[in-house]
Design a protein around this ligand. Structure first.
Ligand SMILES: Nc1ncnc2c1ncn2[C@@H]1O[C@H](COP(=O)(O)OP(=O)(O)O)[C@@H](O)[C@H]1O
Ligand SMILES: [Mg+2]
Length: 250
């Protein structure tokens, strides 16, 4: 099933076929195998989180989806097999990846960053810029400021807003909480929740910060040493003692 609808600002959620389906994926750096047969689904319109400690394979999982690391297995995105497709083609199909450590142009202004984010589109960008400025009012106040001079939380917001400018069907977020103060993280995740609920953006978030990630997620997976060891609805995982011991920091 391919999506032939006229895209709204973002593709809205509906049940049925998952937006992303990862099945039996192995990934390696040279001789070193890092992912071992991982499988998971991201349903349309939902937020899925993959939890794991440092070095568990979270970043590699997102890199595998974008074909930025050598891997085997099947990955379908919106009904199309994308394993081994060029990264640029995958991005053009509507997948936006916000790498760990953000991914904005520090020497450009907030506004320039947003315009570059929408460069693949030919229509007017102004209404989208207005829309994301509404969701991220602090970016609007700082629209002419250089991205590199924003605070960590603001840079993360800019990275998300910039990714949204391409009107993605799926947003991949690599540890958005990294290096941010607890209150800022709370704010950011609140915005992610609004984004999902109001705009229906499908999201796959990888995180070490399990508490907040499970607050906004529908479903969670736990990755350890390159294998998915546990999964369940977010509220079930939140009360799972093994997850609590490992990731919810007593
Ligand atoms: N470019 C690379 N070359 C070799 N090994 C790597 C590379 N990147 C990551 N690794 C290894 O792969 C494993 C998983 O890393 P990563 O996916 O970055 O974990 P996480 O994002 O969960 O912290 C780690 O053991 C890490 O050392
Ligand atoms: Mg990582």
């Amino acid at each position: 099933m391919t999506d032939a609808k006229t895209p709204p600002a973002t593709t809205n959620g509906s049940s049925g076929e998952p937006m992303l389906s990862v099945s039996g994926v192995d990934a390696r750096y040279g001789q070193i195998q890092v992912l071992r047969g991982i499988s998971f689904d991201v349903p349309k319109g939902e937020v899925v989180v993959i939890l794991g400690a440092n070095g568990a394979g979270k970043t590699t999982t997102l890199r595998a989806i974008c074909n930025m690391v050598s891997c085997d297995g099947s990955i379908t995105f919106d009904g199309t097999e994308i394993a081994k497709k060029d990264t640029a083609d995958i991005v053009n199909m509507g997948l936006a990846h916000i790498p760990q450590g953000r991914g904005t142009f520090p020497e450009l202004s907030v506004l320039d960053n947003l315009e570059i984010g929408g460069y693949v589109r030919k229509d007017s960008l102004d209404s989208d810029i207005d829309r994301w400025f509404q969701m991220f009012p602090r970016l609007k106040e700082r629209k002419d400021q250089l991205a590199g001079s924003l605070s960590g939380g603001e840079q993360q917001m800019l990275a998300v807003a910039r990714a949204l400018m391409s009107r993605p069907k799926l947003l991949l977020l690599d540890e958005p909480s990294l290096g941010l103060a607890p209150l800022i993280i709370e704010d950011l995740f609140q915005t992610f929740r609004e984004l999902n609920q109001e705009s229906g953006v499908t999201m796959l978030v990888v995180e070490q910060n399990a508490n907040l990630a499970l607050e906004i997620a529908n479903h969670g997976y736990v990755i350890e040493a390159g294998e998915i060891v546990l999964d369940g609805p977010a509220d079930v995982l939140k009360s799972d003692t093994a997850v609590q011991d490992a990731y919810l920091g007593a």
